[in-house]
Design a protein. Structure first.
Length: 253
């Protein structure tokens, strides 16, 4: 299943210089944090008044309508949590991790969230060099995207392979990305789902790139399905020198 269709390509605005692109992204992150903070207080007020209203209602139908208000507020809370998460950059603490242990943790995470829909194959062995918590979160965002893109019974495949001094994770599903160009899915807040804020893939890419790796759309095809490829360093030597924000625990274990 490992991709040979495409190479890594980061989506940016070609009209912006690297400095302007970074400033634009920082402005979006700052705005996201402000909106999440301000809107959360309004949602709390809605929940509070809905709670008071419920006490005064006797009719089951009226109580059901009040419950729907709570459900709607809870959905907004989840969106605001995603917005807050996107606004906060977390620098990875890189360390050598046995691949087998990391995949065991990924299986546990998948089992709790996705049941038996995700199948893992791993030809690679040895270690990877990453922040285990952040990398699991990024990988889950990609898996969640694949799960959401297909029917509840459709399988999602996760393949792990070594590529020289990097590890490549490939996530496949049977769906098709119709967007033109497909890379638009990596733009923050782009989404075709009403219940989705559209920050999962951009955030996952940001986390992976902070490791010195990358995340890209490997291919999307009506017959072959869709696959995303995610790479991270397998050794400290594979980490690019220009990663001042990443902290290394190499040699401290």
């Amino acid at each position: 299943m490992t991709s040979t269709h495409a190479s890594s390509e980061t989506t940016t605005d070609p009209a912006l210089s690297p400095g302007a692109q970074a400033a634009y992204e920082q402005a979006i992150e700052n705005l996201s944090g402000i909106l999440a903070h301000r809107l959360r207080s309004f949602v709390s007020s809605i929940e509070g008044f809905a709670d008071l209203l419920t006490v005064t209602l006797d009719s089951p139908d009226q109580r059901d309508m009040a419950l729907r208000i709570f459900e709607g507020a809870a959905h907004i809370e989840r969106i605001l949590a995603d917005l807050q998460h996107y606004s906060q950059r977390t620098d990875p603490v890189l360390q050598p991790i046995p691949l087998g242990r990391f995949l065991d943790d990924v299986r546990t995470m998948i089992g709790e969230e996705a049941g038996d829909r995700v199948y893992i194959t791993a030809a690679a062995t040895g270690e990877l060099y990453a922040d285990p918590l952040l990398l699991r979160q990024a990988l889950w965002m990609v898996l969640q995207n694949a799960l959401d893109a297909t029917d509840a019974s459709a399988p999602v495949l996760l393949d792990v392979a070594r590529r020289a001094d990097t590890l490549q994770f490939e996530v496949w599903n049977e769906g098709l990305i119709d967007e033109d160009p497909p890379e638009v899915i990596f733009q923050p807040f782009y989404t075709t789902k009403a219940q989705n804020l559209g920050v999962g893939l951009p955030l996952a890419r940001r986390v992976v790139q902070a490791h010195g790796g990358d995340l890209w759309l490997a291919y999307t095809d009506p017959e072959e399905g869709t696959a995303f490829a995610l790479t991270v360093p397998a050794t400290p030597d594979a980490v690019p020198a220009a990663l001042p924000a990443a902290t290394s625990l190499q040699g401290e274990a």
